[in-house]
Ligand binder design. Structure first.
Ligand SMILES: [Zn+2]
Length: 302
């Protein structure tokens, strides 16, 4: 080598015409191989220039032909006047670096439990009207009205089949309902009868005895019952509130109210309604829908 260059070529194999076939440049821990695409100083110069920005710092050339030395001189120039590089593109975030997304809010779920069904006909309300038919019809209408307001509904039964009480409770509890309405109908009394469990309230516990699971929820059930009563107070339908041991209320782990529909007795100035009266059922569904929507705003999940 006649001239000293600030390069160091680690390998410099020499072809028959004395031009190197490959040069490996080293700068610190970084090594860059230069493989000329075609013989000739110009192409080598291009190759070095192409790899040049990867090489920086003091390197030295050893036993290289003049074409490589010229190319390495280009590397030096590049190292001293580096080509502006585009800003680094951030690597796509991996799983551990991804921002934590807030969990999708659980939808507000209402469980509708049309009592009776199948061979369990319930009460005979009118000559050709069975309770199981009225409760199912009411549930279908109420489900449609709630869904129209964007509320998720789970029907414990959607056809004429009986569902054991334990299974009704299991379905409601599995749905993690925000409200459960058990629907009944009766030929006696007047208006709408609202019932909550007769269990006394207890504080919430992680493990609740099956038979008295509602006790941890009965306070909230009473609040929801009051909400329903308020909705009916805005109608001409009379509503009463009470507590009773009605299946499957005691086993439910959610706010739960039994709604029993009775004929509406005529009062001075207001005509009575038969249970089968479509206008009456429509008014009941409207009031219950309003109540459930109001409960959605007032209800806070524990
Ligand atoms: Zn019943």
């Amino acid at each position: 080598m006649a001239r000293a260059y600030p390069f160091r070529a680690l390998r410099c194999s020499t072809a028959p015409h004395s031009l190197p076939e490959a040069v490996v440049l080293e700068s610190g821990a970084q090594k860059t191989a230069i493989q000329p695409a075609v013989p000739g100083a110009a192409s080598r110069g291009v190759a070095v220039a192409r790899y040049g920005p990867a090489v920086s710092g003091a390197v030295r050339a050893v036993r290289c032909g003049p074409a490589v030395l010229a190319a390495l001189a280009a590397v030096t120039a590049l190292a001293q006047n580096p080509i502006p590089q585009p800003p680094p593109v951030p690597a796509p975030p991996n799983q551990s670096q991804a921002p934590i997304q807030p969990p999708t809010p659980r939808p507000y779920v209402v469980v509708l439990d049309p009592a009776h069904g199948g061979t369990n006909t319930g009460a005979r309300l009118e000559r050709d009207l069975l309770e199981k038919t009225v409760t199912l019809s009411l549930a279908h209408r109420l489900a449609a009205a709630l869904r129209a307001r964007g509320i998720s509904v789970v029907m414990i039964r959607d056809r004429d089949v009986d569902v054991p009480d334990m299974q009704r409770a299991e379905i409601a509890n599995h749905a993690r309902a925000d409200a459960c309405l058990t629907l009944h109908a009766t030929a006696t009394g007047s208006g709408v009868h609202l019932f909550t469990s007769s269990l006394g309230p207890t504080s919430s516990a992680e493990f609740l005895p099956w038979q008295t699971a509602q006790s941890a929820w009965v306070t909230r059930s009473l609040r929801m019952e009051a909400e329903i009563d308020t909705a009916f107070s805005h109608t001409s339908i009379h509503a009463t509130m009470g507590q009773a041991a009605i299946e499957p209320l005691d086993h439910l782990t959610c706010p739960a109210v039994a709604v029993e529909l009775a004929p509406e007795e005529a009062t001075p100035g207001v005509g009575g309604y038969a249970i089968s009266d479509p206008a009456y059922q429509k008014s009941v569904v409207q009031a219950l829908t309003d109540a459930i929507q109001a409960w959605r705003k007032d209800w806070t999940r524990p």
